[in-house]
Design a protein. Structure first.
Lengths: 113, 114
């Protein structure tokens, strides 16, 4: 069975500092990778996804994630965070041919002024 | 488009009571899902419906039933609520035309069982 590990349950950081949220997955077959964001008291929404091609994918609000097949990782980064980035971030993996994603347990990003 | 809507937003039940959580989507998606979210546990799949007329168990189906009423609506029923079912429940939908389609989530229902 597929598994997704988000190594940090909570990441506190100061505003304008860089941040990396880590995600590792277990499958060695073809996978599709996603990061979702959940703002307080809201549902999840897609932040970015990797399907194929360039291993670096970007979101419209400055986040990026890099697919590393050899390390089975899909870490999320942002060079300079804002207070409004405070949220829960979930990594998800869908195995090729499956329509059911596996979610990590989430990382709470807390941005301090 | 409203996307995925859920009712109610909040609910408090007593142990043993029953209730149905409603979910509807207006994006003409084939697949719909019910998750529960608990602190430190992430999202766990309760049931899903790959297409209209079909439903399947997910990771934590015990104590729940579902109905795919039509392509738009997918309800979750708790027949006899227990305190362990206190959670935030999310409905999601997905086109299901490709396995890399993302999921679209509703705003959630916060359920407390006393």
């Amino acid at each position: 069975a597929q598994s997704v590990t988000q190594l940090d349950s909570q990441v506190p950081v100061f505003e304008e500092a860089p941040v990396e949220l880590r995600c590792n997955y277990s499958s060695s077959v073809s996978v599709y990778l996603f990061w979702y964001v959940q703002y307080p008291n809201q549902g999840l929404q897609l932040l970015l996804k990797y399907l194929s091609g360039s291993t670096l994918v970007e979101s419209i609000n400055g986040f990026e994630a890099e697919f590393n097949k050899s390390q089975t990782s899909f870490h999320l980064r942002k060079p300079s965070v804002h207070i409004s980035d405070t949220a829960e971030y979930f990594c998800a993996v869908t195995k090729g041919g499956s329509y059911i994603p596996t979610f990590g347990r989430g990382t709470s990003l807390i941005v301090h002024p | 488009n409203a996307g995925v809507t859920q009712t109610p937003k909040f609910q408090v039940l007593k142990t043993g009571q029953s209730m149905t959580l409603q979910c509807a989507q207006d994006m003409n998606h084939n697949s719909m899902y019910w998750y529960r979210q608990d602190p430190g546990m992430g999202l766990r799949l309760i049931y899903y419906s790959a297409s209209e007329g079909t439903t399947d168990k997910g990771e934590v189906p015990n104590g729940y039933n579902v109905s795919r009423l039509n392509k738009r609506e997918f309800s979750l029923r708790l027949e006899s609520a227990a305190p362990s079912q206190t959670s935030v429940y999310f409905c999601a939908s997905s086109p299901r035309d490709r396995s890399y389609n993302e999921q679209f989530f509703g705003p959630g229902t916060r359920l407390t069982v006393l």
